[in-house]
Design a protein around this ligand. Sequence first.
Ligand code: DON
Length: 308
Amino acid sequence: MDLQAVVDDIVRDLQPRLGEGKVADYIPELARVDPKQFGLAITTVDGTTYTAGDADTSFSIQSISKVFMLTLALGKAGESVWKRVGREPSGSSFNSIVQLEHEHGIPRNPFINAGAIVITDMVLAGHKPREAIGEFLRFMRFIADDDSVTIDEKVARSEQETGFRNFALANFMRGFGNLQHPVEHTLGVYFHQCALAMSCVQLSHAGLYLANRGTNPLTGFSVVSPKRARRINALMLTCGHYDGSGDFAYHVGLPGKSGVGGGILAIAPGKASIAVWSPGLNKVGNSALGSVALEMLATRTGWSVFGT
Ligand code: DON
């Protein structure tokens, strides 16, 4: 299969649709991004990267960071993570509070905002917020094999100033005893992890351990066990696109995680790590053209985990 031709064709086919969707505007700094950008990068498990469009332009990874924080939390707390957060799809929007009261402050899964905030609280244990942010940044540079990855402080500040719903979720969970640090500390780390800026190329490298049984083929370093990589992929498939997860599985059929910056990381287990970025979002807050591009890719490569 000529993967370079596949990515080139997708970018060419989507050219007339650039700008579709609505850029996230509840974080003012994200509202300033040019919606006509589009990037795609595939890195296969043999370490080859195929790119097209704006694949080297940095964007705010936002909720895609939740996959990597979950990886850190599992490394730190192991299976006890699941005492404080569930593993079921929520069927609700990413920032919903509705299930939290019924379920006693235990979020449905680690990818909705409430769940991700609890996961960040776990990684924060034993650290000052600045240290936890540093640990996350070091981890991202390690798995991307790239020391140029940075946090966009302007985006972090912008969200800090307008993250009213996240403050509500965090305070609510603290009321239930499911947050162990001051809300400002946990959210300070959470806003910084979401503000990580990466390109599609860097993100496709960072996701490789999930495609390659837990080991990054670029460095040869083991990040997680094969079993843990498989389980993180399962959570991405069932919960990675919030109330759009079923639709994403139906159309794309790959474990994936979206972010309101317009990025999506998708994993073809045993084959490749794929990053796509287009800032315009669909109604459930996932990249509109990014989802279309991944459907094209899954169809043209036959990589859906559900068969060709
Ligand atoms: O907490 C928030 O609202 C953002 N920092 C992240 C949300 C997000 O990316 C949802 N994904 N589609």
